[in-house]
Design a protein around this ligand. Structure first.
Ligand SMILES: [Zn+2]
Length: 144
């Protein structure tokens, strides 16, 4: 896959949301209210719900994206750009590739992600995304 094609894929917010959900399920979700670890996905709310106490957890809650108002796709775009450039990424480049109007909110976001990849395996996160994307493409092709 070319750089351009890959970026086009990572910019897909619906895929990014699905992939981030998958990534969270793989890591395990802990309920903030009761500590329960069994959750189901409430598609209508785009949130997890605790099977024990029904407390809801947003996709971003308890993750690096908590409090972020930026699209989830930015997380994958940043990981991909960092991976492609030996973990270097300027705000100007990040802004260019996301097409975000303002650079201001990107500073904090990128700083968090750079810290994050020091402890997390960015490859496995990107692989999760590609797995979700390939499933989505297969579903679309079947429908045609
Ligand atoms: Zn609970």
């Amino acid at each position: 896959m070319s750089f351009r094609d890959a970026l086009k894929l990572y910019r897909n917010e619906a895929l990014a949301t699905e992939a981030f959900k998958e990534y969270r399920l793989q890591k395990g979700i802990t309920c903030k209210k009761c500590g329960g670890s069994h959750h189901y996905w409430l598609a209508s709310k785009q949130q997890f719900q605790c099977k024990t106490c029904r407390f809801r957890t947003t996709l971003q809650s308890g993750t690096i994206l908590e409090g972020s108002k930026l699209p989830i796709s930015y997380f994958f775009i940043a990981l991909y750009l960092l991976k492609n450039n030996r973990n270097e990424l300027s705000i100007a480049e990040f802004q260019l590739q996301t097409g975000h109007k303002y650079s201001e909110p990107l500073y904090d976001f990128l700083r968090k992600i750079k810290a994050y990849i020091k402890t997390e395996d960015q490859n496995s996160i990107l692989i999760t995304f590609l797995e979700v994307a390939s499933l989505a493409v297969r579903v679309t092709n079947d429908e045609v």
